[in-house]
Design a protein around this ligand. Structure first.
Ligand SMILES: *Cc1c(COP(=O)(O)O)cnc(C)c1O
Length: 381
């Protein structure tokens, strides 16, 4: 092994926020200093600046900044006026938040399966799960690619069901409808939710989230729910929560939003390099692209065939290449959620055994990508 390889080995990270922030250190420090000097740590002007900047970026009528992505989903569901026992369809192959908020509100999560190729919610599985009690569907735009929104919106409309998009991993992923109309991820359903958790494609310096909607009435209700069910101080119209994006996070996000297109492009470039390196490899399934959606590659997730996922992961770890399994267990099989109804989720179960996410972030160098590719091929070729 030559010495240059040793250097890459020790510097490959799943995510390199230190390098990302070093490049824009001065802008970030200035933005934060301004908040510190203003002392407006809550409800500062940077929050409405960020709200408007993001509304413009997404082309959506309303952005409601909140405390985190999980709260965004919870507030969205609270605003829809659902009743205890109402059923909410969601994929079993996702992060826990999607189901957690449903259960917390005494609604019934109904787990459905995902497509084997894109790992996103299966329209056939949704159709099988619909009952007279179904009130909402939460498609998750997993790994940075929109689910089959055109078909989902059509089914939802036919059954008078709300669509709440979990766009926590997919900010900036454009979707193109059959009529040519283009929309940003999270702006297609009744409500869309995103997260600014530091590791997301647009990450803050702590927790943060936002809700998107083109419905002004719903927007007003959600703003009030996020603010103790209130729009006038000490007047409470309904039971709400306290979920705010704080001013320091908004200041950081205002800076980072300007770089989001650049970060997205860098992720897509790396994904293309991985695609061409692994295409045709008999042991690897590269992430399928949905022809109607851009993919912003929150994760680059391969499926490793022939039971060799763990062997690959161990080999890469020995070469200093971190990888992650998103996700190791489907939600319907988790102890906390086993009492809820589930469709056949055999694809979700299978994916939990085969998926492996490789490092993908804007700071990953060409040499590092080559080193990763070389080491994957070394045992899987
Ligand atoms: C990150 C994430 C969430 C939750 O966001 P937080 O800000 O961590 O609460 C919800 N759903 C999905 C799919 C996520 O990836």
């Amino acid at each position: 092994m030559c010495s240059c390889e040793t250097v890459f080995m020790h510097s490959i990270l799943m995510l390199d926020l230190a390098s990302q922030h070093r490049k824009i250190q001065q802008e970030l420090s200035a933005a934060m200093q301004e908040v510190i000097e203003s002392n407006a740590f809550v409800k500062g002007s940077q929050i409405s600046d960020f709200q408007h900047n993001l509304e413009k970026f997404l082309g959506v009528r309303n952005v409601i900044p909140v405390g985190n992505g999980t709260d965004a989903l919870q507030i969205a569901l609270m605003a829809l006026g659902l009743q205890p026992g109402d059923e909410v369809i969601l994929p079993s192959f996702t992060f826990v938040s999607t189901a957690e908020v449903v259960a917390l509100l005494h609604l019934t999560p109904v787990f459905v399966d995902v497509r084997r190729d894109t790992c996103s919610i299966s329209i056939e599985s949704i159709e099988r799960a619909i009952t007279p009690r179904t009130r909402a569907i939460i498609p998750v735009h997993l790994f940075g690619q929109n689910a089959d929104m055109e078909a989902i919106l059509k089914v939802a409309q036919a059954h008078n069901i709300y669509v709440v998009e979990d766009a926590c991993q997919s900010i900036a992923a454009e979707y193109t409808f059959a009529n040519g109309e283009k929309t940003q991820s999270g702006c297609m359903g009744a409500v869309g939710c995103t997260s600014f958790f530091p590791s997301k494609n647009l990450g803050a310096f702590g927790d943060g989230g936002a809700i998107f909607t083109n419905d002004d009435t719903l927007a007003q209700t959600m703003r009030m729910i996020a603010n103790h069910g209130s729009c006038t101080l000490y007047r409470h119209e309904f039971v709400g929560v306290n979920s705010r994006l704080d001013t320091l996070q908004a200041a950081v996000l205002n800076v980072k939003l300007r770089y989001l297109p650049e970060y997205t492009l860098a992720r897509q470039t790396i994904a293309n390099q991985y695609d061409s390196a692994f295409f045709g490899n008999p042991h690897i399934v590269i992430p399928a692209r949905n022809s109607q959606s851009a993919h912003v590659f929150h994760q680059y997730t391969i499926q490793v065939k022939n039971g060799r996922r763990n062997e690959l992961q161990t080999h890469l770890a020995q070469r200093g290449i971190p990888t992650r399994v998103y996700y190791p267990q489907p939600l319907h099989a988790q102890r906390a959620y086993s009492q809820f109804p589930a469709e056949n989720c055999s694809v979700s179960e299978e994916l939990c055994e085969t998926v492996l996410s490789l490092p993908i972030h804007p700071e990953l160098s060409e040499e590092q990508v080559q080193w990763i590719v070389q080491n994957v091929r070394e045992i899987l070729d």
